[in-house]
Design a protein around this ligand. Structure first.
Ligand code: ADP
Ligand code: ADP
Ligand code: MG
Length: 461
């Protein structure tokens, strides 16, 4: 049944994004919020709002009972979880369904299989998709895991099965350090995700992060091409593009088809992303995980395909089948997104919550600024530091880079430090200009920059 009223169980820029998609479909919205978020933009834009608890996410945005109650009291018949928080929580999807509402996303069983990263690896293998060499599922005994790690060959990556957002990952470079790092990873995963299960993977050195956007309706799945997200710090993406200029058409075809095969193998419903590492030297890609939700960087796909992915996921949740055939999903030009976080890149990326004293937005053809800001808005210190995303589109990558430079110049956010100046520096780098990068590239670059500053400091002293 088409959705009559949508509850948005998230905050920040993605809550604004979901509200816009719902309104564009003529669907009224209910925005839930914590006590710290009474003044957030998404509350002002929504038809109704309900306070669901104190600032601490565990008591508000992660409080399933309060969110379900907010849906009941306002007569919402569907819930969009956004990303982060409860977006990949199978118990939440189940609670929403038990309360007679529609969860905008796949069903709880799919979230359980694909949201557990160790189980998802197995599913990928069943669907014939290559995975990074590693353990067969979660590792139980640490000394057994150590033996397996030696067989795979160091360095290995120790990952939390329930992990996400770059957390719960350790790299072990030798058998000596493996046991300590493995138990650290497990303890951290238990504290962060309530699940201490870990698995191991071979480290693919100098790889790129390439991922495929999927839409499924429970029967059929299509892909909406790939994104490249190799510019990362602490395994979190900061800059994303579509398409990836690193892969040729034949590889693109194989990659996107493999993601569709995986989605079809689980009867996927909704929007999802299949993430891979791509090794330039062997032209091979390896599945790493699937995210069963909308992703932060979805706008670059929207810019090159013209689709509204959030609207499509709402339509699918309302019972609609896929409205596009694979051949109808065309690519046009090149899009780049940069993440504006409330962090000071000139000061070790220190978080910088505070009051936005002024804001000027970039605009014009091919520019999109998805954000949560307005003048005098106070950025609270309790949550993820993402304030917004600047997305540009051009006929070619070169045109998109030029437009990005122009748009960064037009954008001003005053009162809080942001990652904006970092992107201005990156734009002049020749590796960035030629896309000669990998997932460790930015950290190497940042290291080189701080060495340079230190050297200059020595000369001055
Ligand atoms: P994306 O590719 O969309 O950026 P990320 O994995 O970086 O995906 O996660 C997006 C957001 O969701 C980030 O704010 C991240 O901190 C959060 N997140 C992702 N997975 C989890 C999880 N399992 N638990 C808590 N937060 C998560
Ligand atoms: P999360 O769930 O936190 O997003 P992922 O499994 O997607 O974790 O990995 C996050 C990032 O860590 C990747 O984008 C990549 O940069 C790096 N990474 C993950 N697995 C490997 C690997 N086997 N070898 C090298 N780098 C990896
Ligand atoms: Mg990931």
């Amino acid at each position: 049944m088409p959705i009559g009223k949508l509850l948005i169980a998230n905050r920040g820029e993605i809550a604004v994004r979901i509200n816009r998609a719902a309104r564009d479909l003529g669907i009224p919205t209910v925005q839930v919020h914590s006590a710290a978020d009474r003044e957030m933009l998404a509350v002002k834009l929504a038809g109704e709002s309900v306070e669901i608890g104190p600032p601490l996410a565990a008591k508000s945005y992660l409080n399933i009972d309060r969110i379900i109650e907010a849906g009941r009291s306002t007569g919402a018949d569907a819930v969009h979880p956004g990303y982060g928080f409860l977006a990949e929580n199978a118990a939440f999807a189940e609670a929403v369904a038990d309360a007679g509402m529609t969860f905008v996303g796949p069903d709880a069983a799919t979230i359980r299989t694909m949201g557990d990263k160790a189980l998802a690896r197995r599913q990928a293998e069943l669907a014939g998709v290559a995975t990074v060499p590693g353990s067969d599922g979660v590792v139980g005994d640490i000394s057994e895991a150590g033996k397996l790690a030696s067989e795979i060959g160091f360095p290995v990556m120790i990952k939390a099965a329930a992990g996400g957002g770059g957390r719960g990952i350790r790299v072990a470079r030798s058998g000596d350090e493996f046991p300590t790092l493995a138990s650290q990873a497990s303890t951290e995963a238990l504290a962060a995700f309530g699940d201490g299960g870990i698995y191991i993977e071979k480290v693919i050195e100098n790889a790129r992060h390439v991922e495929v956007q999927i839409l499924g309706d429970g029967t059929d799945s299509i892909h909406c091409w790939e994104r490249e997200c190799s510019i990362q710090r602490r395994r979190q993406k900061l800059w994303e593009e579509a398409p990836s200029t690193a892969i040729d058409e034949a590889t693109r075809d194989r990659l996107c088809r493999s993601a569709v095969d995986l989605a079809v193998s689980v009867g996927y419903s909704g929007a999802g992303t299949v993430e891979y590492l791509f090794d330039d030297s062997s032209n091979s890609f390896y599945f790493i995980e699937m995210n069963t939700r909308i992703q932060v960087e979805h706008p670059v796909t929207e810019m090159v395909t013209g689709l509204d992915l959030v609207a499509e996921m709402i339509r699918i949740a309302g019972g609609s089948s896929l409205r596009h055939r694979q051949d109808d999903v065309r690519r046009n030009g090149h899009a780049i997104e940069v993440r504006l976080n409330a962090e000071d890149p000139l000061n070790g990326f220190m978080p910088c919550p505070g009051t936005v004293t002024d804001i000027a937005s970039a605009g014009g053809l091919g520019v999109r600024f998805d954000h949560m800001l307005y003048r005098d808005y106070v950025v609270p210190p309790f949550y993820d530091s993402l304030l917004g995303k600047l997305i540009v589109h051009g006929e070619t990558r070169e045109a998109a880079l030029t437009r990005l430079a122009r748009s960064l110049e037009e954008t001003r956010i005053e009162g809080v430090a942001t990652t904006l100046p970092l992107f201005q520096l990156l734009l002049n780098d020749c590796d960035i200009r030629s896309n000669a990068v990998h997932t460790g590239w930015l950290e190497d670059w940042l290291g080189a920059q701080s060495n340079e500053v230190r050297k200059q400091g020595d000369t001055i002293a």
